[in-house]
Design a protein around this ligand. Structure first.
Ligand SMILES: *Cc1c(COP(=O)(O)O)cnc(C)c1O
Length: 362
């Protein structure tokens, strides 16, 4: 086997090594069934246990009581940009959207196709280098819901508070920071997250929806896009993405064994602290993209003095086994994604590389 690299890719992204090893060990014969879970019926006992346990473990990690349902859906987070308004907006009213990056801009555009939605606040004009301060927001108290993106994967910004909306349901695209820190689920009407950043592989989107909101799903919606229909069938309306859910279950187990969202949150703070410390201590050689109080603990975005140096940084890093560092084309520069499964050791290797690179080129 070739040596494994330190993967800082934005998504699909690093998975815990112990999870990959378990997947490998169980691939041909899952739990003594004599077949792979890939080959098992989604109506059979082996998969049913996986499905129920994954749901239960996610509920434990999220601190979900009986108030919220957990759904497993296909189509990625981007499909939710449309499915959220299809379910929550078709009854009428208008939704508020905060646009702080490419994903939330797309979410608003999809909502406008389905009904009435307005931009409540935006950082697009300032290059998405920040999220709003709590005092910047004046949500419509009659809005059907308020939608925001808790972590902006591309720009590298993140909310460090939960917007207050009163009785208006809060909807959050948490694709790139779900379960990266503790969360008060009671503040949310609906959360969705593509699994491929912090929860597992691509192919499944986890949706957490407050039960009373299921009443908004019109009976005229396609069954597979109706939260109410999916909830009534425990996400087994049609064949679910069995393998992706199985892996999300293993990642959830790994998180529980580590001590849950609090423990991983402390580790994520430490990892981000190391990287931002290196940026801030570089005397301006490395320049962070995000304003300090909006900095993401998941995607650390920064620039170097020139684009040539940035290309050379990415190439030299790859030679040292540090990969996935090229920034998104819309922001440029470098992006180090340090999701839950990226180890402290990987981040230390990166900060050492950054110091050396600066010594050579600064
Ligand atoms: C990656 C990402 C998406 C898109 O996810 P898909 O599963 O590819 O549709 C949406 N929102 C955020 C915040 C993301 O990071």
């Amino acid at each position: 086997m070739s040596e494994r690299v330190h993967n800082f890719g934005a998504g699909p992204s690093a998975l815990p090594l112990s999870v990959l090893q378990q997947v490998q060990a169980e691939l041909l014969d899952y739990a003594g069934t004599g077949m792979s879970i890939l080959e098992s019926s989604h109506r059979g006992k082996a998969y049913d246990e996986v499905h129920q346990r994954t749901t239960r473990d996610l509920k434990t990690l999220l601190g979900a009581g009986d108030s919220h349902e957990i759904l497993f859906m296909g189509g990625g987070a981007r499909s939710q940009f449309a499915i959220v308004p299809m379910n929550l907006l078709l009854g009428g009213g208008s939704a508020d959207y905060i646009t702080t990056g490419n994903w939330s801009v797309m979410a608003l555009a999809e909502a406008k196709k389905q009904g009435s939605a307005r931009e409540l606040w935006s950082s697009v004009a300032v290059g998405n280098d920040r999220v709003p301060a709590p005092g910047d927001l004046e949500p419509d108290p009659r809005a059907a819901y308020l939608h925001y993106t808790s972590n902006n994967t591309i720009a590298g910004t993140q909310y460090h508070y939960v917007p207050k909306t009163g009785a208006v349901p809060l909807v959050c695209d948490m694709s790139s920071d779900i379960l990266s820190r503790p969360l008060d689920l009671s503040l949310f009407g609906l959360i969705y997250a593509g699994a491929q950043k912090n929860l597992g592989p691509s192919g499944v989107t986890v949706v957490i929806v407050r039960k009373d909101l299921l009443e908004r799903s019109s009976a005229r919606l396609p069954d597979t896009m109706s939260y109410a229909r999916m909830a009534a069938k425990q996400s087994l309306l049609n064949t679910p993405p069995v393998y992706a859910i199985y892996m999300v279950g293993l990642v959830a187990r790994w998180l529980l064994e580590m001590g849950g969202a609090e423990a991983v949150g402390r580790q994520n703070e430490q990892k981000a602290g190391l990287l931002y410390g290196t940026i801030d201590g570089s005397g301006g050689f490395y320049r962070g993209h995000a304003q300090k109080d909006s900095r993401s603990r998941m995607n650390v975005t920064f620039r170097l003095p020139s684009e040539d140096l940035e290309s050379s940084f990415v190439a030299s890093a790859a030679e040292e086994g540090l990969v996935g560092l090229k920034g998104h084309r819309s922001v440029g520069g470098i992006r180090a994604s340090i999701y839950n499964a990226v180890t402290l050791e990987a981040v230390e290797a990166l900060t050492q590389f950054m110091a050396e690179f600066q010594r050579k080129h600064g």
